[in-house]
Write a protein that binds this ligand. Sequence first.
Ligand SMILES: Cc1cc2nc3c(=O)[nH]c(=O)nc-3n(C[C@H](O)[C@H](O)[C@H](O)COP(=O)(O)OP(=O)(O)OC[C@H]3O[C@@H](n4cnc5c(N)ncnc54)[C@H](O)[C@@H]3O)c2cc1C
Length: 325
Amino acid sequence: MSNHILTIAEGRAEGLRKVSFELVNVAQQLAAALGGDVQGAVLGTNVGAWADTLAKTGMSQVYVVDDAGLANFAPESYTSALAAIITQANPSIVLFGATGWGKEVSARVAARLDWGLVTDCTVAQVVNGALVLTRPIYAGKAIAQVKAKGFPVMVSMRPNLVPPVEADKPAAPIQAVTVTLKEPRAKVIETVVKQKSKVDLGEASIVISGGRGVKGPEGFAPLEELADTLNAAVGASRAAVDAGWIDYTHQVGQTGKTVSPKMYIAAGISGAIQHLAGMSSSKLIVAINKDPDAPIFKIADYGIVGDLFDVIPALNAEIKKIQPG
Ligand SMILES: Cc1cc2nc3c(=O)[nH]c(=O)nc-3n(C[C@H](O)[C@H](O)[C@H](O)COP(=O)(O)OP(=O)(O)OC[C@H]3O[C@@H](n4cnc5c(N)ncnc54)[C@H](O)[C@@H]3O)c2cc1C
C-alpha cells in the first residue's frame, strides 16, 4: 500500500470550489494518522491557475490533466482522466466532494478501477489503522459507521463540514498527466445557468432560510432584503421548495444542500430532522418562529418567538442603522 492520500479538486468559472480545500483538511488529518502525505488532482481545460493554487495548500504533489477535451463536462472523459491520474499517483485513499459533480464522477471512477467507494460521508477517521467513515442514512434518521475493508479505497465527503485550508504554503511540484480522451458517447451540449442568487448558498458566511411560515413566494421578499443588507444567501426548507415558492437550488437539508455558515437564520421553519441535517453544523443559529415549542429552538443559539413578517423587517432596519457607510 502506498501512503498517498489524493484529493480531487473541483472548479468552475470563478475558480476552485471551497470543497477542494476542505478535502485537503480531511486528507491532512488522515495522513497524520496513517503516516502518509497529501496529493491533489486538478482536471479541466486551462486549469493551470487552479493547479498553482492547490499546490500551495501544503501538499506534496499535484497532478493535472489539462485537455481541451475536458472543456464541457462529459462524464466519460472525466472518468478517463481521473483514472489516469489515480493509476499514476497510486494513492491508498482518494477523496472526492459529495457534490453533484463528485457523486457522478466518483461512482464512475470507482467502477472503472474496481475500487470500493464510501459515499456522502461526514467524518473520516483512522481507528486501529483502518479507515472508518461516518455517513447519515435513512434521510438522516440514523448514522452508520462504515469500516473500509482495506486500501485502496475512495470516499466522497460532504461539503461544508470542516474548515478549508489556506493556499499560503510553499508550492508543491505540479505534474502533467497525459491521457488520450476518446470522443465521449454523451456530452453536455449546452449549459443553461439558472437565475442565481447574488451569494452562493453553499459558500455563504451568512444564510437566511425561509420555510412554510413565509406563506408564499412573496414571503421571501423580506428575507431577500435582509440578505442584501448582510451580504447573505437565501435558503429554504423543503416545504417551501415543494410548494413552488422558491427554486430547489435553495433547499437546505438532507435532500438539499449542507451549509455551515457563521450564522444561520431560520425563519418560519419548524426544525424537522431532515432540515437540521443540512444546517446544524452552522456556528450560530438564530430561529424566528411564532410557536415557542417549535423544535428549531432546541438547537438555536438565539430564539425569537414572533411573526417573521414583524421580526425580519425590524432586524433589517436595526442592522442598517449600525452598518458603516
Ligand atoms: C426523505 C425526506 C427528505 C427530506 N429532506 C428535507 C430537506 O432536505 N430539507 C427540509 O427542509 N426538509 C426536508 N424534508 C421535509 C421535512 O421533514 C419537513 O417536512 C420540512 O422541513 C418542514 O418544512 P418547514 O419547517 O418549512 O414547515 P413546517 O414544519 O410546516 O413548519 C413551519 C413553521 O413555520 C412557523 N410559522 C408559521 N408562520 C409563521 C410566521 N408568520 N412567523 C414565524 N413562524 C411562522 C410554524 O410555527 C412552523 O414551526 C424531508 C422529508 C423526507 C421524508
